[in-house]
Design a protein around this ligand. Sequence first.
Ligand code: ADP
Ligand code: MG
Length: 699
Amino acid sequence: MSILDTKIEFLKGVGPKRASLLNEELRIFTFSDLLNFFPYRYVDRSKIHTINTIKSFDVDIQLIGNITNKKKIGVGRKNRLVVDFVDSTGVVQLIFFKRIKWIDDFIQIGNKYLLFGRPKKYGSSISFVHPEIEIVENGNKKNRYPLYPLYHSTEKLTKSGLNSKGISKIIINVLESTLNSIVESLSDSIINKYKFSSRKLAFSTIHFPENLEKLNKAIHRMKFEELFFLQISLLKQKRIRKIKMKSHIFNKVGPSFNIFYKQYLDFQLTNAQKKVMKEIQNDMTSGFQMNRLLQGDVGSGKTVIAIMSIILSFDNGFQSCLMAPTEILAKQHFDSINNFARNIGLNVVLLTGKTKKQIKNQIISDLINNEIDLIIGTHALIEDNIKFKNLGLVIIDEQHKFGVSQRAKLWTNKYILPHVLVMTATPIPRTLAMTAYGDLDLSVIDELPPNRKKVETIHKYDREINVVYNFLYRELKNNKQVYIVYPLIEASKVLDYKNLLQGYENLKSIFEQKGIRISMMHGRLKKDQKQLEMDKFLNNDTQILVATTVIEVGVNIPNATIMVIQNAEKFGLSQLHQLRGRVGRGSDKSYCFLVTSNKLSSDAKVRLRAMVNSSDGFKIAETDLHLRGPGDVLGTRQSGLLNLKISNLVQDRDLLYSARDEADKLLNDDLYLKNIKNLKIRNFFLKYHQKQLKWGIVS
Ligand code: ADP
Ligand code: MG
């Protein structure tokens, strides 16, 4: 066992009590964990400010000065010590609430002190609450570590002396006792190629940097290491799958496919669609399991890819399953496939939460008897009693709406693995896709069908709503249809519904007298009623659909050309983009109005600007990633994979690409890391991978 695996309680300066706090509060259990607990920020302590130059109030600074006065104010628990601290340019106040007696003894009028802390402004005066102070003996004190590390701490830890400074003290101890045991994790060739610092140096520098240049070098190395091993883990899985996970071979392009292609495909595939179809066919004829993520912006035409893949599976004698996140979407897929299914002899059924028990039982028995070729549905498909005779293909539409485990349920425990295609319209920036979905193959439809016009996106304030309504009326008279969406946010559901209902009444009073009919749809309606309202809109019996975001994904009604989003400032970027994707689906010009209140946060302004200026889902996703970070962008993909400790997918994009390249080259050459020149990598990977597995169990 390496000293690095020693329990933290045995570190000098820790002991059992602090150890259990470190376990609980920071998940630090071993010497190694502490070593890997990096500072979140550094303060430049080479710089001494003067009081008259204090301008910024959100950073820590240093001052040198004298104490001219101190007094205790208040009584009992509200007691505090107020100290005047002066330099040659001005005066500030130091305020202490705790350990007053000790501080009072320590601070002596007339002595010179070095102060370190964050200034606060109260009216015209400046104060520091509980700054650090040290006595200055002879002139300027020279700091051994000009870049002073700051560590995250918690209230409980602080109480037991482990504030940031306390933590830095035990880090000195851990560095002392482990430095010689820190082993290199990268191969010589990679270190030389990128001129990385050694692992040992990187650790000591990251905690106590001598200067900025060395610090950046150390951070760079650590980031690479993190990304590199993550990529090794993902790419290794993927490669092994490709040589081990056998699956069905769909090498027949049979009569059904030909009939569909000649008679029912009423448009030319775009080049991007053709390219993706090729990729899928290659997978499905390779003999190994397909595990592919298909990304394509809203309206790029993913459905037809799904349909053709299903028909290929059918032509080769296998069953398929198509899962969608909402009933409406499942029904929509069912209807469009039903249009031609009978003519090619494909037996398709729909199974959702509202399917009647009796019919469901029939479906269950037909499935297992191979009477059904395709089942389309919602979450209902992943119930345990749904079993197939020979499932060949699983397609998941709008996969970002599902959890990972839900998806996996469809194809685990199968004797022979079905091919899996997951589709998403949430564009995932490449960096994120490489990381979060690095174990899947990626296809991208990066081209919209021809004749699509850009959806004109317009930001309007509430007070201009009549302008919007007048515009709607003109378009409605031209036989167009309109979506009007209201936000629904958990915290204030009641209020939101009130908004929605009021909006609906208001629209009725404006439009119904002009002969325009309105549907309304929201989560509180019964399932049947939801479908009824949707159908009315679908058949153009109603011209306006007032809805919550239930229509966010997948809905395809080309005649609806206007989307109005109320309280648009309350929506996230990807949601706005998805909603806008409901229009612009035919060849007619479409519009999206983002209606907001007058007061907008700066984030909201960025979001609105991004929407108005761009219709490119990938660009929007990048902005979203900047605003919210990867965890939130991915939503349901709960995964330890994104517990990146030091690297940042936005800032470290180039480094990620290098790490990916190197990992790829390495595995290409030595998949099982058996070559002696990769020994260091292997050893570290085995350790690292164990950790990953632990995460897997937790998440
Ligand atoms: P999404 O990728 O958002 O799921 P859909 O598959 O629903 O998009 O396609 C959007 C619309 O574009 C549909 O009406 C579909 O019939 C149409 N479409 C798809 N591919 C093409 C194409 N190559 N040419 C013309 N229209 C297409
Ligand atoms: Mg779709």
